[in-house]
Design a binder for this molecule. Structure first.
Ligand SMILES: N[C@@H](CCC(=O)N[C@@H](CS)C(=O)NCC(=O)O)C(=O)O
Length: 208
């Protein structure tokens, strides 16, 4: 069985997080570009992998030869963390539990309202719902400055899932943030955005 993981995706935040996680683990992968603008995510071959017609999706083989087709960017990142023990998540508690807490903070309190705000902003006559959700996401970022510890990372002593979740999100609102309110996150961003694996992850869906 081929150990190469296939990553079906496009240049979107959810896909970049998976590509960065793959790069950080060093697991072998190859990208299958899904052209969203041309509706490739709705074609039968993609729907056979992801019936919701979304990206990202990975196709991988497990020890013993079983095939794994997995969607949901966060389920994929957790799967990758388990395949590369200690690389994206500490292996033992309490560090592991605390790292999951920070990761899920960014997923549920920062990314989720931001995505909902984006969807709502496209609905005519939705009032100021989008604005409220976007502000809720920004407020959760302002509340996270203290999470950057002496190591310079968001949880524990190495770069991990929480850093990946925070990174794509903070970059997407970089121009909206008042950085004077979050000096630790500002220093953190300057460092993590230059990590070679992060740079490679952001280029993963560039046409070759
Ligand atoms: N909760 C899913 C969301 C997947 C998702 O919404 N993907 C977007 C791109 S980031 C997509 O495929 N959009 C195409 C569409 O909805 O038509 C995840 O985390 O993977």
């Amino acid at each position: 069985m081929n150990d190469m993981i296939e990553l079906h995706g496009a240049r979107t935040g959810n896909c970049f997080r998976v590509a960065i996680a793959l790069e950080e683990t060093g697991l072998a992968y190859r990208v299958v570009l899904v052209d969203l603008a041309n509706g490739e995510h709705q074609r039968p071959e993609h729907l056979a992998l992801n019936p919701a017609g979304k990206v990202p999706t990975i196709v991988a083989s497990l020890r013993g030869g079983q095939r794994l087709v997995l969607s949901q960017s966060n389920a994929i990142q957790l799967h990758l963390a388990e395949r590369a023990p200690g690389r994206l998540l500490p292996e033992a508690d309490p560090a592991r539990a605390l790292a999951l807490e920070r990761y899920l903070y960014f997923v549920t309190d920062v990314i989720a309202p931001s995505h909902s705000g984006f969807s709502l902003s496209r609905v005519p006559a939705s009032g100021n719902g989008a604005e409220l959700l976007n502000q809720r996401s920004l407020d959760a970022i302002y509340a996270a400055d203290h999470m950057v510890g002496p190591s310079g990372f968001i949880s524990g002593d190495r770069f991990g899932l929480a850093d990946i979740a925070a990174l794509t999100m903070l970059l997407s609102v970089e121009q909206k943030l008042d950085w004077a309110r979050i000096p630790r996150l500002q220093r953190w961003l300057e460092t993590v955005r230059t990590r070679p694996a992060v740079i490679r992850g952001f280029k993963a869906f560039d046409p070759s």
